[in-house]
Design a protein around this ligand. Sequence first.
Ligand code: MN
Length: 490
Amino acid sequence: MMYSLEQLIAAITRKKLKINLDLVRLAYEFAAAAHAGQKRLSGEDYIQHSLATAITLAELGLDEATIIAGLLHDVPEDTTHTTEEIQKEFGEEVACLVSGITKLGKIKYRGMERYTENLRKMFIAMAQDVRVIFIKFADRIHNLQTLGSLPPEKQYRVALESLEIYAAIANRLGMGELKGRLEDLSFPYVYPKEYAWTKRLMEEKLPKRQAVIEKAAKEIRKELAQAGFPNANVHGRVKHLWSLFKKLNRKDYNGNIDAVYDVVALRVITERNNIGDCYAILGAIHSHWHPLPGRIKDYIAAPKPNGYQSLHTTVIGPEEAIVEIQIRTPEMHAEAELGIAAHFIYEELGKRNATAKELPQKLQWLEGLLRWQKEAQEHPERFLKHLKMDFFEDRIFVFSPQGDVVDLPEDATPIDFAYAIHTDLGNSCVGATANDKHIPLSHKLKSGDVVEITTDRHRKYPSEDWLKFVRTNMARHKIRECLKKEKKSL
Ligand code: MN
């Protein structure tokens, strides 16, 4: 694949982005001159990589500074030009993004220490400006696309890191589209046999499934036009291979692709951003085709922990074929595909001006991570183990009686909740209620619980027993700290 400046400009124009094209041309010329004579291992000119990165960012619909920083992202690291020069030519915002990427450094995924260090750097960069991670994702996608020209051992290392770390972060940020791409590009290098097996199964099924979905889409369009939704966008979507592989591996599927109903699913996107339309469309579909019992999922009323919203149903469609249908508004669609990035793109989704420095509500858990940096330096292995637990597992959302939301990992306890609010609340905790019922302190909380902590003002130190059941790094850390102080004071 050869990339050109024209392609980048075409992508910007297609997305109707409000971007100064002269500045984009200038940045391209600056990067091309800086990287002149440099080649990638694939033999291509280095600027191809810069262009590919910027094109991915433009296709995501991101802003001017991010796209320009995408073009310049390897300049300070790989050429004689400095971040100061970039600041002089393109301003502070672009220079900050480029320096964020440069700090993340080159691929270093060797052993536990490097791995932790890498993660830690990514979190710090993200907390400073989350757009740095978008550039890193776009950079990684092109590196994966050209991975074939690296030595095999390096291929495996880069792909594994992408699968385990990058895709997991993309997922946590709700960026479904990028997560799928990162996973599918890494899959063949990390698990070649499994990849070949999944691909073959998919190729066998795909033509027939696509024909069924085409037919179903036609019928649904007609049905929805009669129901008053002539402009709903109805289309088929093919499941990503890695996600299919993971499903096939689950006990309830046991490798049987015929039991996977969403190999190709039907997606309906409403014309307006109106939740009522989603339910009305679900009703219209159910009056036309019979739904399978127990397969209707309302992720609008109860979103997934990463914020995903849609209605899912599975029906007996044309020719008795089983069809999974996903219904959502354009806003929900943008959120599902782009996640946190959607807030930088669609004004109606968030305060666009809050972009750079202010962390959106959704990212506040990141600040918690940063507070544990110290621990990361002292005990990298312990940090990593807990980090993986805190970061990559599904989250629950628990409320205080005042309506504050606390974001916790699954199976978190009232003690985790108390320490997440305040150290003193944790230390003086003697009991708890969830939804006005008394619960033990080791009780596993559920999303939506309203939790109240009972305290005793004479109690100043936590109980060592709590370490046996707390789930968050934060609670464990604070309990240990406090017990150390207690021992000193005795
Ligand atoms: Mn790069």
